[in-house]
Design a protein around this ligand. Sequence first.
Ligand SMILES: Nc1ncnc2c1ncn2[C@@H]1O[C@H](COP(=O)(O)OP(=O)(O)OP(=O)(O)O)[C@@H](O)[C@H]1O
Length: 447
Amino acid sequence: MSPIRSSTSRFSILLRKKPFPIPSPGPPCPSGILIDEEISPFYNPRNFYPAKPGEVLVDRYQIIVKVGWGVSSTVWFARDLQGRIEEPESIVALKIASCNSSLRAGDGEREVEEHISTVNPSHPGRSVIRTFMDSFELQSSEDRGHHSCLVYSPLREPLSMYQRRFEDKRMPLPLIKTYIRVLLTGLDYLHKECRTVHTDLKLDNIMVSFEDPIVLSDFMKSQLENPMAFKINSTGRPIYQCKNEFGPLKSLRSLPQLVDFGLATRVEEDDDWGVWPIQPDHARAPEVILGLGWQMPTDIWSLGVLLWDMIEGNTLFQNIHDQSGRYDAKYHLSEIIALVGSPAPEILQRYQLMRNYSWPEPIRVEREDGKICKTAEEYFCGPFFDNDGRFLYENLIPDRKLEDTVPSLEGEEREEFLDLVKGMLVWHPNFRKTAGELARHPFLQSK
Ligand SMILES: Nc1ncnc2c1ncn2[C@@H]1O[C@H](COP(=O)(O)OP(=O)(O)OP(=O)(O)O)[C@@H](O)[C@H]1O
């Protein structure tokens, strides 16, 4: 038996897909110009894995093209060589985390995604959440720990980029409604079944799938003919310029997926609360700014804010920065009060109670001064309300009304939209509607 087995395995090795020859280098970039991840203020090239087109990782994934990057990772499309020669090409996205061991980049993301993928695979929202299909580790070249590598299905692009493909950068309303409903089904799964808060909802963390597999296969072929531009940096490593332009849409069959669980947080028990600052500035919920503690409803506030980015093509809260462009919470709260009203008395009571609560560990503010803070009040430069619950910056409250912020909707459509968002932009997190309830709202049903 054994000779037959060994010749069978040799035979199957022969039938296995072969790596393409290493593509010729693309055009050189001037060395003085910063490329992609180099722009990040805390960038250290030694922490990034020096991936190269043509390289085969773990004897299985052949790197072809860089399609994205973040502050602590790069994302590449790669060929999966596991299939047999005659099988269609299988392309995956590899997210290679940096090896900065203090951040343990990639490890938290892997843990949360493992949890999400196993809780209840039959829930309709499960497929809306992007989780990894495979994972492995790569040793860093300078003995600086490991690079965690997560393998995903390839996606077309973030919603921010997808939107720009439509006239006036606005997707058709029926399509937006479908997207919102799908995202809410995903959040219902994440919140109710997985008891996980995304904490970083923004259009860049909603990605859309390829509308047609031909778009991806044409893109991959074109990469072999037109390789990425690159430069050699001061440490002698090549840095490649990512390519992620997939051209005009062939149809509207793409669907959204929630991605990037690098900052996601599990809330196991009802009395577990996140306390540290989260969320992109304009989508930050009031309980985060005021340091009241946050749970799943904080994502509902963020998604509520993002509905303006989707429907109107601009942000709901427009003046939340000071004159030098820095996020300023007192302006943000002033806009919230103008559009949503004053906080409920319970919120003000909790604010007084939590004002002096110190975080278990101090946090450095991501500003030039890099101040170290122990409380939300220090971090967001409070106080904001006096002991009687009066807002300390009444003079900053702009003359705006929520009803005037949706010029593109009219009549019943507008009323229904306002009703939907009034269930999301609620000061008291407990009184916000849940994702499951919102998904059934009349505004989102096809008429
Ligand atoms: N599956 C995928 N298919 C195609 N492109 C992807 C995929 N995943 C990520 N990208 C691209 O890579 C970019 C960065 O990915 P992602 O959002 O997961 O990283 P990040 O969390 O922003 O990185 P970091 O945590 O290092 O800041 C995305 O904005 C997107 O352009």
